[in-house]
Design a protein around this ligand. Sequence first.
Ligand SMILES: *Cc1c(COP(=O)(O)O)cnc(C)c1O
Length: 366
Amino acid sequence: MNLGQGFPDADGPADLLRLAADAVLAGPNQYAPGGGDAALRRAVVEHRRAHWGVTEDPDAELLVTAGVTEAIAATVLALVGPGDEVVTVEPFYDSHAATVALAGARHVTVPVEPPAFLPDPARIAAALTDRTRLLILNTPHNPTGAVYPRALLEEIVRLCRERGVLILSDEVYEHLVFEGEHVSLRSIPGAREIALTASGAGKAFAVTGWKVGWLAGPAELVAAVRAVKQYLTFSTGPAYQAAMAAYLPRGEAHLVGQRERYRATRDALVAGLRAVGLEPVVPDAGYFVVVDLAPWGVTDASAAVRDWVREAGVAGIPVSALCRPTDDPADAHLASWLRLAFCKSEDVVAEGMRRLAEAAPRLRRG
Ligand SMILES: *Cc1c(COP(=O)(O)O)cnc(C)c1O
């Protein structure tokens, strides 16, 4: 039961898939415009206005990217160079760290602690130096499911404006919020001039392989990112862009239905973990539950996941893989924590929890 990698085990809505198939047959099949299909850019701007109350110019302030991954990479490569520092929350998404390394910059982290997993603005302030160029945020947060409240974002924006730091906000789980409300960073007063937001269709519409993402930001920063994108991918599959452009304005029912399905699999996963004596943090959003294996005597979840695969046939990801590497894995931040994905069918989650319960006596250490 693969509860490790965060991709859905059911494809997105059939009418969306049909739109892409039709678009392949009818065309376009040649290079899309580098900045993205004009109809998709307009649809994304309208989507962001309707959902998050931000208005952007579809020509100057929005760029279509090859997934959120490219939006992140192109932004970091465009804005950050050797000698610069980039601050992220820890745990962090792996590609945030990798692109900072590709840019030759120094990665500085601000650890977050259970159960809220919200960054302390004082710790962010302490992490900023004269060399800090960029703060990368991720709300809702992978892997913890934390949804950053408006007041926290306001404080972070105030801080970054004062200190001359740009912000990249990865909001790929914006539509997977079960409790509370997603606030898009660029809707915060004062954020527009210093903040870029990345999101995309993959997670929201269960088409992660399509790699349709976007980046919104101030015109001059988006122009700089577009110049880098020109030599990364240049452009993204035109049929997928056309399909998303047509579907986005009427995708609401899917978003609501998917949220309810994932709420049910989240709850099933949480119940299954509680039934074997673990205390997962119930996530407000996203694809994942994180759980401390310390009650089972585990100090290093990266070793425990191998036992889980062997004894229970259940795969997860140690949260330490999303934290700074350390010489001794047991010294990593959240070393005894495991991430399990619930963006899976009810059957897969139920079978995973059944096997876990069966193997639990062999997996507990002391
Ligand atoms: C899945 C994920 C991405 C990648 O998005 P793509 O559109 O597939 O490139 C980016 N950021 C976070 C936090 C993710 O979980």
